[in-house]
Design a protein around this ligand. Structure first.
Ligand code: 2HG
Ligand code: ZN
Length: 458
């Protein structure tokens, strides 16, 4: 179908003002947050509700036009960028918070509601969303479900799939799939919400979500602990658990990363003593969590080089960790190469050492900043100053390295475009085949986000 005709049909569904084609206006929809993935689109369409999403997909299905769903566009693997003219279906107008239920502890909301707004709505009732991440002000509920985001509370609450109770989504042919029950227990058939979580928009376009809420811990404490490496950091987290404290978050950073954040954000040194590796923990306890935490840090003196503890919300210490993504982007001379990986906890140290050696050999010009969610074995390998012609070889090297350590090539950011070539690493042929079959069953013409994940059998 010619673009003009398509635009007319889409405009008949959503109104002319919500079909965007002006290159200046669509520019922000065709580039990812890192600046590396830049594509093109025939049109960006912004439906107002599920019925309009269904009608848009029906038009595209009939015309055989591919569609890329897009939420807050904060993804880091190019999964929501149209690369070959696909229509962008933006969920930006699906912003209704329908209900926050303090009895069943749920929130029902449109896919375009930002994480921060959902958190705020829950907090007004003394509750919280179980998911939190640095991009909270822009990332949307539909986006975090589609990518099965992890974030900084995963160690306590699990990932987004774990928080998802119900879903409404539109299939490629325009049919609306609804699985929506405020039930903790519901064992009837396949877990369809769980299947759509992490599908990166390849199986359906999520329009509404029903998510669990959590009861926030009352007394939380944050500590930044300087240690000499992963082993010492793990000793401290183990001691925290043994002391009866709950780990709300357990993050790691390196001296290089903290120095970069300090330079970029103008922060002073977090500790008096110098340390090559930092552990940031947030803990909670029934009472006197601070005292217990001090006790743990004293008992772990052999592992701790220096530490500082901070009480209450709006933690200053979190800035050293949350400033990483922005500082890396600002300091790299090229768009950073971001490889989000995980390994079993016992492999983190050997993986990091081997990775350092691999990179020193293969790409001595590249600066590596590793940080992440220690408690989940989730390592964010951020590589600065990578030349365009180096990206593929370095990605290959790092992903093969993590596979050798029994890890995953994507811990929480998804596969997207960035890792589509490597999806077979660590997966069996049968595994890939089952994924292809599911995709074929739901979207036989493969119109939804066609260029990521294993191609279906056409
Ligand atoms: C985080 O944990 C995010 O801060 C982003 O997952 C990680 O920038 C990154 O590589
Ligand atoms: Zn992360």
């Amino acid at each position: 179908m010619q673009t003009l005709e398509l635009v007319d049909e889409l405009a008949a569904v959503v109104g002319r003002a919500h079909v965007l084609t002006d290159p200046d206006v669509v520019a922000g929809y065709v580039i990812d947050w890192t600046g590396h993935w830049v594509g093109r689109t025939r049109a960006v369409v912004r439906p107002a509700d599920t019925a309009q999403v269904a009608a848009v997909l029906t038009v595209c299905h009939r015309a055989g036009v591919a569609v890329v769903p897009q939420g807050g566009n904060t993804g880091l693997v190019g999964g929501s960028i149209p690369m070959e003219g696909e229509v962008v279906l933006s969920t930006a107008r699906l912003t209704e918070i329908e209900q926050v239920d303090p009895v069943d502890l749920t929130i029902a909301a449109g896919a375009g509601v930002t994480v921060a707004r959902a958190q705020q709505a829950a907090r007004e009732l003394g509750l919280d969303l179980g998911i939190d991440l640095a991009s909270r002000d822009t990332a949307t509920l539909g986006g975090i479900v589609s990518t099965n985001a992890g974030g900084i509370r995963m160690i306590k609450n699990g990932n987004t799939r774990h928080q998802l109770l119900g879903i409404e989504a539109v299939l490629a042919d325009g049919r609306v799939l609804t699985r929506w029950k405020e039930l903790t227990k519901d064992n009837v058939g396949y877990d369809l919400p769980g299947l759509l979580a992490g599908a990166e928009g390849t199986l359906a376009v999520i329009t509404r979500v029903l998510m669990r809420l959590v009861v926030p811990s009352r007394e939380t404490q944050v500590a930044l602990v300087g240690v000499d490496g992963v082993g010492a950091a793990s000793e401290v987290t183990a001691a925290i658990r043994r002391a009866g404290l709950t780990l709300e978050a357990a993050e790691f950073m390196t001296r290089a990363g903290v120095d970069l954040v300090r330079d970029h954000c103008g922060l002073r040194a977090p500790l008096d003593a110098d340390a090559p590796f930092y552990l940031l923990v947030e803990v909670s306890g029934q009472d006197s969590a601070q005292e217990v935490l001090f006790g743990v840090l004293q008992e772990s003196a052999a592992a701790v080089l220096d530490a500082v503890v901070e009480e209450g919300p709006a933690h200053r210490l979190w800035r050293y960790r949350e400033g990483h993504t922005e500082s890396v982007s600002a300091e790299s001379t090229t768009p950073p190469l971001k490889l989000d990986l995980s390994t079993p906890l016992r492999e983190i140290e050997s993986f990091l050492t081997a990775l350092g050696e691999d990179l020193a050999d293969a790409a001595p010009n590249v600066r590596a900043i590793c940080f992440g969610h220690l408690g989940d074995g989730n390592i964010h390998v951020n590589l600065l100053d990578v030349g365009v012609d180096q990206r593929e070889a370095i990605t290959d090297l790092v992903l093969r390295r993590v596979t050798r350590h029994n890890g995953s090539i994507s811990a929480e950011h998804g596969v997207g475009r960035a890792k589509a070539l490597w999806i077979g690493l660590g997966r069996t042929e049968v595994d890939l085949d089952v994924m292809r079959s599911i995709r074929t069953a739901l979207d036989p013409a493969q119109l939804l986000n066609p260029h990521i994940l294993p191609a279906g059998q056409r």
